[in-house]
Design a protein around this ligand. Structure first.
Ligand code: BGC
Length: 859
């Protein structure tokens, strides 16, 4: 049965029904970079560079030199002969981790809430500049996986939104911004990495589970294309330099050894020209991962700090003995160097001037093994954060969603007595950076926890900013209670107040750290630290209560949102270092809110579907996480089950009002779609290295650092050099069929250019509508285009376009958006291509996914 199923998947298509999805069909050989779609120059420079390298030097670029061996969270080997330092990889998606004098930007989820392409680009560029100036070559971000399948997913906030179009647009803009600033973007985690539980065996077992393999995410082909792969396609089209493969398995094949996801989806279909890097420690095989499409191993060792590597010297051996053809190794190095040249790193590079493992000026050169192996200046304290506060504040304010407003907002600042209630309004008593990777929920929450965070250079709390605003505006009284269980004090203050501002939060983060029993993923969707009770206590005595939520995603607000004394509700997400200023800007009307919720606010957990897996469900083998909901996550799930949310996806109020009229849909003159045909050129090597084993023995001129990963051999006897008990096994027992084939390969019908077939990006319809500001203040409106694809298996509507329009009082503007061919297509598992179905399609234009003011049939 197993063999049959496998065979049918290999010969026909990736499984279309859910029971077929437990296998990931093999795809070989690994597609070689071709230097197309804007990569030609960079590719040529990379070829020129790699052609000068010896075998050991090439291997050195593909493998990190080990955990905590250098400044960065990961660093490839260098090429000293050519004066080329190793490539520095550093977290993360919202700023530089493990460094000071850096900025802490608003999280990805806030960027999504702005619905503002330009802000996303500008943030990317501002972050990229900081990375570049600190000497980091690769920024490990942004995140489009998780996309946010389950609302509890611990790292959803690092990414953008559970909608693939919104995530795709902001991923691409962020990539462009960062790379225009001269750093390589490493988009992560590829793919299906939707929860923290069971992502890593050791991590899970450390929490008391007993599993022998990481979880497997089961995704069918249609869902893969229409949901999870979508934003990655946008990023590849935007020229992303690197993509990080994930810890968990996809259809029971590990993310960093999966030939279907890396070779077929990414490098063949999407024609990705950059390099795939492992998540840290996600490398689990040697030769197999090289054939499956992996290009760079990070941080280079098997287990962090083990001193052993699947690659390094073992990859040198595999090429020397002919197991891995040299063209595959060359392709790895060329892909890495292409990304390097593409972003202009060669012109901007400065030596790394920070150290991930200490903030002191002097320290161990190799922190893993201590100062006895080298002690020097490791930290130059270069200040790169200056000049970013205005941008960070602006994104913070423009990502604050006004969920409810019964006329109380904006405040004037001259209120007689303002009460500020809740721990989330104040500081962390341990300091803003007082907890490892921000893994505690003390004081105001402005970022989640884990590798996706950066040190705050300062953190403006809501209490600071509100008090300052009130003092600036008038002579009102202001007091605060930040103890969430001090009900008497809360009531005393709130009962006297003209307005009570209640601050509450909910946190989440990465699985290697647990906070309050939450192993990265949230255990539930309730507020943290007694938040509901703080709201109730306040609202019971103050009829002018305003609630502000700093949360990592949706929380359950059903028990209080419609309380008559709660006059306004705001979601401020995770705004970063300028948190307080940003919320004050909104509360006091300095900025008119224009943000829209990038996710749905449901009445209960069940209405979201897509349960997170908290318990082992496969004995001690790989937990199986079946994405049986298909593309129906977030608003698509609510629509499917006809469940009314409290606040729908795309909802957000303003201090002014807008009207919508005159929808027009124009069919554009697009050429018919042509599936890509033809062949690649054969694989080639820019150089043919010497295969004399003795040339790769550990050079006497090099001082050997313990546990450091080198590309060299300690013996010319391969078995001894590899320390592999199985060395010498006949290669047909472990080299997958076709893996070494260097002949020209057929192109994918949906491929042929980075991001996919150029015909998919052709504009096929233009949608216009008239939007008028009918209120009394200037304001921004995010106009949203939804499409009903019409098929019985399609969601009721899917977001397909949007734009943020600034309107003066009384002003009218024309909104316009285009639909590409991909926008109106479905993925067809049989032809392995996008097709426009026969079903009638309808376009909706509105101010949210449920306020669809205008509609018309797609002509
Ligand atoms: C995380 C990545 C991160 C890497 C390096 C991993 O545990 O999953 O997102 O970039 O560590 O810190």
């Amino acid at each position: 049965m197993k063999a049959l199923l496998w065979a049918s998947l290999v010969t026909s298509t990736f499984g279309a029904t859910h029971n077929d999805e437990q296998y990931s069909p093999p795809f070989y050989p690994s597609p070689w970079a071709k230097g197309e779609g804007g990569w030609a120059d960079a590719h040529q420079k990379a070829l020129d560079f790699v052609s000068q390298l010896t075998l050991a030097e090439k291997v050195n670029l593909t493998t990190g030199n080990g955990w905590m061996q250098h400044h960065c969270v990961g660093e490839t080997g260098s090429v000293p002969r050519l004066g080329f330092d190793g490539i520095c990889f550093q977290d993360g998606p919202l700023g530089i981790r493990f460094a000071h004098y850096v900025s802490s930007f608003p999280a990805g989820i806030n960027v999504a809430a702005t619905w503002d392409r330009k802000l996303a680009y500008t943030r990317g560029q501002a972050m990229g500049k900081e990375f570049s100036d600190k000497g980091a070559d690769v920024q490990l971000g942004p995140v489009s996986g998780p996309i946010g399948r389950s609302p509890e997913g611990g790292r959803n906030w690092e990414g953008f939104s559970p909608d693939p179009v919104l995530t795709g647009v902001f991923t691409a803009e962020t990539v462009r911004g960062m790379q225009d600033a001269g750093v390589i973007t490493s988009l992560k985690h590829f793919i299906g990495n939707e929860q923290e539980h069971f992502r890593i065996v050791r991590e899970a077992n450390g929490y008391g589970f007993n599993i022998s393999e990481s979880a497997s995410t089961q995704i069918d082909d249609k869902t893969m294309h229409e949901l999870y792969l979508w934003p990655f396609a946008d990023a590849v089209r935007a020229g992303v330099g690197s993509i990080m493969c994930s810890y968990q398995q996809i259809n029971n094949s590990y993310g960093c050894a999966n030939s279907y996801t890396m070779n077929s989806l990414l490098k063949n279909e999407l024609d990705f020209q950059g390099f795939v890097v492992t998540d840290w420690g996600a490398h689990g095989t040697g030769v197999a991962s090289a054939f499956a499409g992996l290009d760079v191993s990070m941080p280079g060792d098997t287990d962090l700090g083990s001193g052993f590597s699947y690659w390094g010297g073992n990859l040198t051996i595999a090429v020397l003995n002919g197991t891995v053809p040299e063209w595959r190794l060359d392709d790895m190095a060329v892909r890495l160097m292409s990304a390097y040249y593409k972003v202009g790193r060669d012109k901007l590079r400065v030596p790394v001037n920070f150290n991930s493992w200490t903030k002191h000026t002097y320290g161990a050169e190799h922190a893993m093994v201590g100062p006895q192996h080298g002690y020097d200046i490791v930290n130059q304290h270069v200040d790169v954060h200056r000049g970013q506060s205005a941008l960070i504040r602006k994104i913070g304010a423009e990502s604050t969603v006004l969920l409810k407003n019964n006329g109380v907002l904006p405040l004037s600042g001259t209120e007689k007595l303002t009460a500020i209630i809740g721990e989330d309004a104040g500081p962390n008593a341990w300091g803003a950076n007082g907890c490892e990777d921000r893994s505690c929920d003390n004081g105001t929450l402005a970022t989640g926890w884990g590798s996706g965070t950066a040190d705050y250079p300062y953190l403006i709390t809501p209490a600071d900013a509100i008090q300052r605003t009130i003092l600036d505006k008038g002579d009102g009284l202001v007091d605060l209670v930040t103890h969430n269980w001090a009900y008497d004090k809360i009531q005393q203050l709130a009962s006297q107040a003209s307005v009570a501002l209640v601050f509450v939060n909910a946190d989440a983060g990465e699985g290697f750290l647990a906070v309050d029993g939450n192993i990265g993923d949230r255990n539930n969707l309730t507020l943290w630290k007694n938040g509901e009770e703080v709201i109730r206590q306040t609202a019971s005595v103050c009829n002018n209560t305003v609630v502000v939520m700093h949360t990592v995603g949706p929380v359950l607000i059903n028990s209080w949102y419609d309380h008559e004394n709660i006059k306004a509700i705001l979601w401020a997400g995770l705004p970063g270092q300028e948190s307080g200023n940003a919320i004050a800007d909104i509360l006091y009307g300095q900025v008119n809110p224009g943000a829209k919720s990038p996710f749905t606010w449901g009445k209960d957990r069940e209405s979201y579907g897509a349960p997170l897996l908290y318990k082992q469900n496969n004995g001690n083998e790989a937990p199986q996480i079946d994405f049986t909901e298909g593309v129906f996550i977030d608003y698509r799930a609510f629509d499917k089950t006809n469940t009314t949310p409290i606040y729908e996806f795309g909802h957000g109020l303003s201090y002014t009002t807008f009207s919508y009229s005159d929808l027009q849909i124009q069919k554009l003159d697009a050429a018919p779609y042509k599936p890509t045909t033809g062949y690649t050129s054969p694989a080639s090597s820019p150089s043919n290295s010497s295969k004399t084993w003795s040339e790769y023995l550990f050079p006497e001129s090099i001082r050997k650092v313990p546990l450091y990963i080198y590309p060299y051999l300690n013996s010319t006897d391969p078995k001894e050099a590899s320390a592999d008990r199985h060395y010498g096994l006949p290669t047909d027992q472990y080299i997958p069929a076709g893996a070494t084939n260097s002949s020209a390969q057929p192109l994918h019908p949906a491929g042929g250019a980075p991001g996919g077939n150029a015909g998919l990006w052709e504009e096929v319809y233009k949608v216009t509508a008239t939007i008028t500001n009918t209120g009394t203040r200037p304001g921004d409106e995010v106009v949203q285009v939804y499409l009903s694809l019409g098929g019985p298996d399609d969601p009721q509507i899917v977001l397909r376009g949007f734009d943020k329009i600034a309107l003066e009082t009384g002003q009218t503007k024309t909104f316009s958006a285009v639909l590409t061919r991909r926008d109106i297509s479905n993925w067809d598992p049989v032809t392995q291509d996008w097709v426009v179905s026969e079903y009638p399609k309808t376009v909706f234009v509105g101010s949210s996914s449920r306020k669809l003011h205008l509609n018309a049939a797609l002509p």
